[in-house]
Design a binder for this molecule. Structure first.
Ligand code: ATP
Ligand code: MG
Length: 474
């Protein structure tokens, strides 16, 4: 599907509130009459002279009905009926038969015609027959949309666990906005599930068959972001041996996920804005532009409006990125979901590791709900994994397992280098902020960091000044 939702050609080119009725007749004067009657009855006539032309104008999503003469040049109206039923067995076809042609009418009904009408007919009768068929069609399509939505929501509930009102609303939002091509910005603290949401938006959309290409703006050195995003021609710069498509081009017909958008280098932001406006991309060192058809989903740890006021994000870019803003609540605001998530993670890890999980002690259950989970679902998931792994030795109190990647002792035992480094950085910065009472200026001086770097790190590590000293504004 193209990103243009305002289709202006083909059978769908009708006024939004008028249901199309496809009239098929080779007799021009008959078509003129049908056209006029359909307009008067409040429908939008679409015309075809034979079965072939008619079939070119419909698909399984056709919102109206078909009115066809039985006698057509080439394939007959009954043939047309049969082929329409192959496209969508619930697309109503009304056949016009010659006066007294009872056997034909019987055959038409047997083949699944919605109705038939004998020529010559009273226009009011035709309008009534069409109205009935169109109404039936509307119900069928409504029902299908509802079924699809319920299926989406069921699938989503397994990926995005939570029965709190906030999580239900979040799933509704996702299933709704997945159907559009609007740019979505996902805002939420670290570990709240932004990537899960971004992937769900892709998987439930018409672009599901296309790629999901992610770029974490904070994870790359600033100097590399441009080449990664925009690609380059051969020899565009030292080391650019072969031409390479950037992530933007790689996401063609799919979704480009720009993670941690407030870490997007400022100098690149106008260039990215241009891609979003013009829907075309220039490679570095390239001589021409390539058109791209992508949907952009972005994510931010910090409030993007705050990122704008801190000069991390250009306002014009923000407005291109957040046509829709989806906010994911922190885990501490999701009530009993912490328990639900914990149980489901414990079950999953228990079966992965082949360990029989211990029943949860009352203290642990209370802790789950009382803890503020600064690392959100990721922290909870890590705690659940440790809980399962420690069960054979006698499950320790959950409060000693929480804290996720913040706990250096724990990470020394198992962890990826990146997590270890992040944990270390987080501890150093949080410690400096605490000692300086949340004064960013003092921290910049002590750690000898540019402001932008510190801002980026704090964002990436989910640190705010308010985290370290509740008296400071966050
Ligand atoms: N509602 C949920 N149900 C099940 N698993 C979840 C849910 N939310 C998050 N997760 C899991 O928690 C972990 C963190 O989620 P994710 O990576 O999407 O968070 P994030 O918001 O992108 O974090 P960060 O800001 O650190 O990048 C992942 O393992 C993810 O699968
Ligand atoms: Mg993420």
């Amino acid at each position: 599907m193209s990103r243009d939702t305002d289709t202006t050609s083909g059978a769908a080119s009708v006024a939004a509130d008028r249901t199309p009725v496809l009239v098929v007749d080779d007799d021009p004067s008959m078509r003129a009459g049908l056209r006029q009657w359909m307009r008067l009855a409040g429908f939008e006539p679409v015309e075809a002279v034979d079965a072939e032309a008619a079939l070119g104008r419909i698909d399984a999503a056709f919102p109206g009905c078909i009115v066809s003469d039985v006698l057509l040049p080439g394939a007959s109206g009954v043939d047309l009926l049969r082929r329409v039923k192959e496209i969508d067995s619930e697309l109503p076809v009304v056949l016009m038969t010659g006066h007294g042609d009872v056997p034909m009418a019987v055959e038409a009904m047997r083949q699944g015609a919605a109705d038939f009408i004998e020529k010559p007919f009273d226009p009011d009768l035709l309008a009534a027959v069409v109205r009935r068929a169109v109404e039936r069609r509307r119900l069928v399509l409504e029902n299908r949309a509802l079924t699809r939505r319920l299926q989406d929501l069921n699938g989503l509930a397994a990926r995005l666990i939570g029965e709190s009102a906030q999580m239900r609303a979040l799933r509704e939002q996702i299933s709704h906005f997945a159907a559009t091509d609007a740019s979505v910005m996902i805002v939420g603290e670290t570990g709240t599930g932004k990537e899960v949401v971004a992937r769900a938006l892709h998987d439930l959309s018409a672009r599901a068959g296309g790629p999901f290409v992610a770029l974490n703006c904070a994870a790359l050195p600033e100097t590399m972001v441009e080449a990664e995003l925009f690609g380059h021609e051969a020899g565009a710069f030292t080391g650019a041996g072969q031409a390479r498509a950037g992530r933007i081009e790689q996401a063609e017909a799919g979704v480009l996920f720009l993670d941690e958008i407030s870490a997007m280098p400022l100098a690149l932001q106008p260039k990215l804005l241009r891609v979003l406006q013009e829907r075309e991309v220039d490679r570095i060192g390239g001589r021409g532009t390539t058109r791209v058809d992508i949907r952009v989903v972005s994510a931010a740890n910090m409030d993007p409006h705050r990122a704008v006021s801190q000069n991390l994000l250009r306002q014009d870019l923000l407005y291109r990125l957040n046509a829709v803003e989806i906010r994911i609540p922190p885990l501490r605001e999701r009530g009993g979901d912490a328990r639900l998530l914990f149980d489901s993670f414990v079950n999953r890890f228990a079966s992965d590791y082949g360990i029989e999980p211990a029943p949860l002690a009352a203290d642990d259950a209370a802790f789950l709900l009382a803890h503020d989970w600064p690392g959100n679902v990721r922290e909870l998931r890590n705690a659940a994994e440790r809980y399962v792994l420690n069960t054979p030795m006698g499950a320790p109190a959950l409060r000693t397992l929480a804290g996720g990647a913040r706990d250096m002792e724990d990470m020394r035992r198992h962890g990826r280098l990146r997590d270890l480094m992040e944990g270390y950085e987080r501890r150093v910065i949080a410690d400096a902020l605490r000692r300086h009472g949340g004064s960013v200026a003092a921290v910049l001086a002590e750690l000898d960091l540019p402001r932008r770097t510190l801002n980026e790190k704090m964002t990436r590590l989910g640190l705010t000044r308010g985290d370290v000293d509740p008296s400071m504004d966050a």
